[in-house]
Write a protein that binds this ligand. Structure first.
Ligand code: GAP
Length: 447
């Protein structure tokens, strides 16, 4: 076991401190669907904003898109999802458990002692049957086969069908990309591990359209850029590694595929958080065929037409949020204190609260000064005000949710307008003029 298993502690912290709650909890919960609470929504939004900034805002060769979740049903025939987005499913007639036939070695039968499904004498597994992972619903008033629509199982197809709309309206030239962030839905047979594998999740996908023949070079470029993005997010280098898809793992249309994997610790270990794929011209060619609309690019300079190849980068917003939380969670002793502390050492740029402001006491004008600082900083950063409990307790509360800075207004503050700023990780305290706080924090929060 490489890294410690912190999942149970994290699930409890996330609920207790308002990061993530089970969906519809008062009704007993919905299987593998989660709600983001006040701090979780900030954390995930910060991660999505960083991705959007890196992929769209900071480049002139990638355009943004927000395509609808419901798409024409032919889309999913063309993409291969209707025929092929299936997992082999087996049921156990004894324990009523349901397992993926191709992942039995990773599954555990509910009967004791813990064994692989099929290994107890009483196990009665059915033959494997193919189970399509797409959620089906109906559009309009009639529930008939003609009105079937699907909740998209990936955001990518919204990009492919808009390839020419974006290219022509934005006058882009190949190579260029289209990026979007949005919900995807999969009726996973064996979801689990908190927000790692869920039935409703968010993807951040980018399809980069390139001239055939230049695809492997672009593939290498995107592989490197995407790994760097995860490092810049603060994920520890020793927990990140690539996994190359073997010939057996590759989708039939893929020319190459690498996963960025992260070590979640415990028995989960290294798991995919992002896929970088060379999808060849498969998707655009399929959509051309099924829609009977040309999806070619005209290269004016060289006077030639072609269907571009696609390099795809596809990352789960929830999975990266989980990776960031697992990576950040630590328990440590505090010198001179019997009780240790739990810290979420999140990268300051993604921490849900950037600074907490405390008056040391509830008198001598300290709460009023602290409130003024809150109002001053609020326009620039999410901040929190806390005047309850000992200062040590207030520090602990903020450490546990990853707040990088705690600002204390003390007896000296009302006299000389200075406050202490305590750093979450080093515990070092700086004395800073209250009028300089915004700039002081901004300089520390960049990156
Ligand atoms: N368009 C390509 C595509 O969808 P994928 O490997 O199936 O590829 C990409 O998914 C990413 O989406 C994964 O690396 C993972 O981060 C995320 N993802 C996929 N299924 C998920 C699920 N059930 N729950 C949470 N995240 C999921």
């Amino acid at each position: 076991m490489s890294q410690p298993d912190v999942m149970d502690k994290l699930v409890s912290l996330c609920k207790r401190r308002g990061f993530i709650f089970q969906s519809s909890e008062i009704y007993g919960g919905t299987g593998s669907v989660w709600d983001y609470g006040p701090l979780g929504v900030e954390l995930k939004k910060n991660i999505k904003d960083r991705w959007w900034h890196a992929m769209v805002r900071s480049r002139d060769d990638i355009e943004g898109l927000d395509a609808a979740i419901l798409m024409h049903p032919r889309t999913w025939e063309a993409s291969g999802h209707v025929a092929g987005f299936v997992d082999p499913l087996v049921d156990c007639k004894t324990c009523k458990g349901r397992f993926r036939a191709d992942k039995l070695e990773d599954a555990r039968c509910p009967q004791k002692p813990s064994k692989q499904p099929g290994q107890h004498e009483a196990c009665a597994l059915t033959e494997a049957r193919q189970f399509n992972l797409m959620f089906k619903t109906h559009m309009g008033a009639l529930e008939e086969s003609a009105s079937v629509v699907y909740l998209r199982p990936e955001t990518a197809q919204g990009i492919f069908v808009n390839f020419l709309n974006v290219q022509q309206s934005m006058r882009q030239k190949v190579p260029f990309g289209i990026a979007q962030i949005g919900k995807a839905f999969r009726n996973e047979i064996t979801p689990g591990n908190f927000i790692f594998r869920t039935r409703e999740f968010e993807q951040m996908e980018m399809q980069f359209f390139v001239e055939p023949g230049t695809d492997m070079e672009w593939f290498e470029t995107w592989k490197a850029l995407r790994m760097q993005w995860h490092l810049d997010l603060g994920l520890s280098p020793e927990r990140l590694r690539f996994h190359q898809h073997s010939a057996g793992e590759l989708a039939h249309y893929a020319r190459a595929a690498f996963d960025v994997t992260f070590d979640f610790g415990g028995t989960l270990g290294y798991q995919e958080i992002e896929g970088v794929h060379n999808r060849s011209d498969f998707d655009l060619t399929q959509h051309q065929q099924y829609s009977s609309k040309k999806l070619e690019y005209f290269d004016q300079v060289n006077n030639k037409r072609y269907v571009p190849y696609v390099i795809e980068t596809s990352v789960g917003a929830d999975r990266v949020t989980l990776a960031a939380l697992v990576n950040a969670y630590r328990e440590e002793a505090v010198e001179g204190e019997a009780e240790g502390r739990v810290v979420l050492g999140l990268h300051p740029a993604i921490a849900p609260i950037k600074a907490a402001i405390f008056p040391l006491t509830k008198k001598d004008g300290q709460p009023e000064m602290a409130r003024r600082i809150v109002e001053d900083l609020r326009g620039a950063f999410p901040v929190d005000y806390d005047e309850t409990g000992s200062i040590g307790k207030r520090y602990r509360r903020q450490d546990e949710v990853g707040t990088p800075f705690c600002i204390t207004v003390d007896g000296q503050s009302t006299g000389d307008n200075t406050v202490t700023v305590r750093d979450r990780d080093s515990l070092a305290q700086d004395r800073v003029d209250a009028s300089q706080l915004k700039g002081y924090l901004a300089a520390k929060l960049v990156g």
